[in-house]
Design a protein around this ligand. Structure first.
Ligand SMILES: [Zn+2]
Length: 119
């Protein structure tokens, strides 16, 4: 994995990925490679990340799930309307949380696909 100073892939910096600590960087790099695919599927337009890696304290403060993938570093929340569920699937994301037709949480968890809807 090419891990530059700025970030793991050309279009995503470590800062945009939530400044993951060293033990979360492999997962964040995997996330970034999928985000690059999603960005490409969207015609190369910039893809704004609302939240990616979260420290345990940060995760608690935002009311994140106790076993959130954001703690691992392989999850990102996107703005509503950024990408469709179909685009997230085409980019290879494994966990997809959606509201209506839009994917707003994407992750590359190990294991079977997970789908859920936010009320
Ligand atoms: Zn999320």
């Amino acid at each position: 994995m090419a891990a530059g100073l700025r970030g793991p892939t050309p279009h995503f910096s470590w800062r945009e990925l939530g400044s993951p600590p060293p033990n979360a960087r492999q997962a964040a790099g995997r996330l970034a490679r999928h985000l690059e695919r999603l960005r490409h599927l969207r015609g190369g337009r910039p893809l704004v990340i609302v939240s990616a890696y979260r420290s345990p304290a940060r995760n608690r403060s935002v009311g994140g799930a106790v076993r959130s993938r954001h703690l691992v570093g392989d999850a990102a929340d996107l703005g509503v309307g950024v990408c469709t569920i179909a685009q997230a699937e085409a980019a290879g994301f494994v966990g997809i949380g959606s509201t209506g037709p839009w994917a707003i949480h994407v992750d590359v968890r190990p294991g079977p696909p997970a789908r859920w809807t936010y009320d």
